[in-house]
Design a protein around this ligand. Structure first.
Ligand code: HEM
Length: 415
């Protein structure tokens, strides 16, 4: 597409377009804006996959400051695993204003990254998650039983967002009533297309956390927050400011992602009664449920973070320059037809669903075991009590795209 055509088209979103750098071939320019993707209000993953088909495997877009997009699983996984060339130094679009604090550990590259990540891995082992399961189950059951007699709910606010914040606040040992303040801030921080708004949300979170971080650094307990804020880097405890950034990232990383995935699973089951009934029938079969969850995850990828290219290089015939930004969208791995046959069909019996919903390599999600457990508890407890449900007639689920794609509203009814 010619630059002129793009310029004419751009005015619709009111954002400035970046000029095409000299090393970017005109043939590789496409109009891709991850905050405004045509068709994403119906199906986010299909809207992304429209850029696979006849388009180049790697293209450049002038949107959001100008960046590359890798569309095929093979390249996305390579980028995620090759941290020396594809740095995590800045993972958001558009790039944040200068002076924005680093998101710890996400915006730190190996080898230093491993030191920051260690307490997180220790705090989220399968054994610890097993221990948390009873809390997850109790919160889920209480919530579902409160909703059941109503025969309807707005699923995202009434259920999906409640489970992860309860579990997180328990893990960090902070007051449960603070969830009303924290959830909207966490959402703005990962979802807003405005870099200033995202920064403002991070600042508010910092102000909230400051007192707690200072307290846990002075008098550490056994909770996750105490472990994070007392991590030793090269033999020295991190500063209070870094402690705040670390705790904020873990909160941002674990709330909206889990809520969105629960919401997308509920939407899929509401719209696909045969899949729902099959799951209800096999709910007690652990290996079936494990495979079904993996397949649903494959189809419903959500998180997208960018990489900064650290050196001039040619990769698969494309010329990159040091400092270029590239987006390797996790969700495109799962719906890549070179890796998964008929990728838009959810097939619980698929033998090897390939996806990158939790990323790959050094930064792969440390919360994946917990997230899978929350999803499983939700499915079992919800389907045991509300096996029949559908989208409320006259309403439409509200989907949004961005750094973490989301589902903002889902009206459900049941008999
Ligand atoms: C369905 C839910 C979730 C999804 C889809 C998800 C997705 C991801 C992805 C794709 C990454 C890698 C990002 C990159 O490579 O740039 C990541 C990293 C991360 N996630 Fe998750 N996540 C989920 C749940 C959680 C939970 C429950 C927690 C915390 C309890 C969490 C905490 C983190 C943290 C701290 C990182 C950064 C790790 C690092 O940089 O080493 N996530 N997540």
């Amino acid at each position: 597409m010619a630059d002129k055509g793009l310029l004419a088209m751009n005015e619709q979103h009111g954002a400035a377009l970046a000029g095409r750098p000299a090393h970017v071939s005109e043939a590789l320019v496409r109009d891709f804006d991850y905050y405004h993707l045509a068709g994403s209000e119906e199906d986010i993953q299909a809207a992304y996959a429209a850029f696979q088909g006849d388009h180049p495997d790697i293209f450049w877009t002038p949107r959001n400051g100008g960046h590359w997009v890798a569309t095929r699983g093979e390249d996305i996984v390579h980028i995620q695993r090759t941290t020396t060339i594809f740095s995590n130094a800045s993972i958001t679009l558009p790039r944040p204003p200068a002076g924005t604090p680093r998101q710890i550990p996400l915006e730190i590259d190996p080898p230093l990254h491993a030191q920051y990540r260690r307490p997180l891995m220790q705090a989220l082992t399968p054994g610890v998650v097993q221990h948390l399961e009873e809390d997850v189950r109790r919160v889920a059951i209480d919530q579902i039983e409160a909703l059941l007699p109503r025969g309807e709910c707005e699923f995202i606010q009434d259920f999906a967002k409640i489970l992860p914040i309860h579990i997180f606040l328990k893990m960090v040992d902070l007051p449960l009533e603070d969830r009303h303040y924290l959830v909207p801030i966490a959402e703005t921080s990962v979802r807003s297309s405005d870099a200033g708004e995202r920064l403002d949300a991070q600042h508010k979170m910092g102000v909230y956390l400051q007192k707690w971080v200072a307290e846990r650094q002075a008098d550490p307990g056994q909770d996750l927050l105490s472990r994070l804020v007392n991590v030793q880097i090269n033999g020295e405890r991190i500063s209070e400011a870094d402690g705040i950034n670390y705790a904020s990232l873990v909160l941002f990383g674990g709330l909206d992602t889990v809520a969105t995935m629960i919401g997308l699973f509920a939407k899929f089951l509401a719209e696909n009664p045969e899949h729902r009934r099959r799951m209800v029938d096999r709910m007690e079969d652990d290996s079936f449920m494990k495979a079904a969850i993996e397949e649903m995850l494959r189809r419903h990828g959500i998180a997208n973070t960018t990489r900064i290219i650290t050196q001039d290089l040619e990769y698969k015939g494309v010329q990159f320059k040091e400092g270029d930004i590239i987006l390797p969208p996790n969700l495109l791995v799962g719906v890549d037809d070179r890796l998964n046959a008929d990728p838009f069909t959810v097939d619980y019996d698929r033998s090897n669903p390939v996806h990158a919903v939790f990323g790959n390599g050094a930064h792969a999600c440390p919360g994946a075991t917990l997230a899978r457990r929350e999803l499983r508890v939700f499915l079992k407890e919800w389907l045991a009590r509300i096996p029949e449900f559908r989208v409320k007639p006259g309403t439409k689920p509200v989907l949004v795209t961005g750094q973490v794609n989301g589902i903002l509203e889902l009206q459900l009814i049941w008999p």
